[in-house]
Design a protein around this ligand. Structure first.
Ligand SMILES: Nc1ncnc2c1ncn2[C@@H]1O[C@H](COP(=O)(O)OP(=O)(O)O)[C@@H](O)[C@H]1O
Ligand SMILES: [Mg+2]
Length: 384
């Protein structure tokens, strides 16, 4: 099948679209990437989405409308990717769309475990003419899981090594690890959010550049700064980092509110703008290494990086330093471009759903059982 995966993560940087050829069935699934693109959100689009995240700024009519607007934006991203790949929508067998998470209340302390991704699949199916699977997380939450991480199933399918224990580390807005024991071992995988990914770095960059930049391209700002050991130690005391998995993190822990609380502290300690960005970059790197030491069965033999953070050399160098002698590699070296991995994952999950197979790993999400994920919106009749 030719399957198109759509994703927008907690960074709200844009819609990722991956077109992949998928063949076979687990554990031998073959996945080949044909094309990948990110259609960036405009500042107005980004602002309108951010507004929905917090009860203070969100409204039910805004959510209602944004569900349909996002559906149209996701459909446009899909159509652009299809044209760029030299294909037509008729050639696409299936779309898998993660949508945009606007709220996630799935921890143990949530009174009603729940999660909300929007980006209406009916609009995507209508505009593209392609059967669309969406809303993957809710079945896992209904089965008692955290609804995340879902990418771990795809990590498990595509990234295990015959003899080495690997950690597949995604650094999106949030950091997430999937522990992949060697194929030769019979121990189960494990997955959880390690803490912040790029979210705090992005917030600090926007703050210190007065909005002129929205992320630390090439890690250049952090490279000019010095890590402040005292502030780093304070950050590492964050309670989230000390909770045992299963656990998931989001804007609720490391979003704007937390970020804004850091600015006066950094000023009081005398940090320059680059020092602040460097310290938050070190926080992400150290929280990942610390999570491995505290919560994985053993320190991994290899770390496979993906997500936008894999493109930040200052961040990856800080992680390599803390993980040595463990080798840190980008998933690109294993045939999975690091910025495309999550979109590829939702194409694979849609493929699994349409074949009636489960897509969650209960060992990773905490669900009581494997669940077939997502809701299928059929293509409109009479495709021309
Ligand atoms: N060239 C780059 N240099 C540094 N950071 C980058 C680069 N490209 C992407 N990023 C970081 O990755 C983030 C987007 O990562 P992504 O994996 O799309 O996250 P999400 O899944 O949360 O949308 C950006 O906000 C930015 O912080
Ligand atoms: Mg993104």
């Amino acid at each position: 099948m030719i399957v198109l995966g759509l994703m927008s993560g907690t960074s709200v940087d844009g819609v990722d679209a991956a077109i992949v050829d998928i063949d076979g069935a687990p554990p031998r699934l073959s996945v080949r990437l044909r094309h990948f693109t990110t259609i960036s959100f405009s500042p107005e689009q980004r602002q309108a989405i951010f507004q929905l995240f917090s009860p203070e700024t969100s409204r039910v009519d805004l959510i209602c409308a944004m569900n349909f607007r996002l559906g149209a934006w996701f459909a446009d991203a899909a159509l652009q990717a299809i044209v760029q790949a030299g294909l037509t929508p008729q050639r696409i067998d299936l779309i898998g769309s993660h949508g945009q998470t606007i709220h996630h209340l799935a921890g143990e302390d949530a009174p009603t475990p729940s999660t909300l991704q929007i980006g209406e699949a009916a609009v995507i199916a209508e505009r593209t003419g392609v059967t669309t699977v969406a809303d993957f997380r809710v079945a896992d939450v209904a089965a008692g899981g955290q609804g995340a991480p879902l990418v771990s199933y795809v990590d498990w399918l595509l990234l295990r090594h015959p003899h080495l224990n690997r950690a597949a580390q995604n650094i999106g807005g949030i950091g997430n690890v999937t522990w992949l024991p060697a194929e030769s071992s019979s121990s189960p995988p494990l997955s959880f959010d390690t803490g912040p990914g790029n979210m705090l770095i992005d917030a600090a960059v926007a703050h210190v550049t007065h909005g002129a930049q929205r992320y630390d391209e090439g890690g250049r700002i952090a490279a000019r700064g010095r890590v402040h050991k005292g502030l780093l130690a304070e950050l590492l005391a964050h309670p989230y980092l000390h909770h045992r998995p299963p656990k998931t993190a989001g804007r609720e822990q490391f979003g704007a509110e937390f970020a804004v609380s850091l600015w006066p502290r950094a000023r009081a300690l005398g940090l320059s703008g680059p020092d602040l960005v460097a310290t938050l970059t070190a926080f992400t790197a150290e929280s990942i290494a610390q999570a491995y030491r505290n919560f994985l069965p053993a320190f991994p033999d290899e770390i496979i990086l993906s997500g936008g953070g894999a493109l930040n050399p200052t961040l990856t160098a800080m992680l390599s330093q803390r993980a040595a002698p463990t080798r840190v590699r980008r998933s690109d070296e294993l045939g999975l471009p690091s910025n495309a991995k999550e979109a590829i994952a939702f194409a694979v999950l849609a493929y699994e759903t349409i074949h009636g197979r489960p897509g969650n790993l209960p060992a990773c999400t905490g669900a009581h059982h494997p669940a077939i994920l997502g809701k299928i919106t059929p293509a409109p009749p009479m495709r021309m």
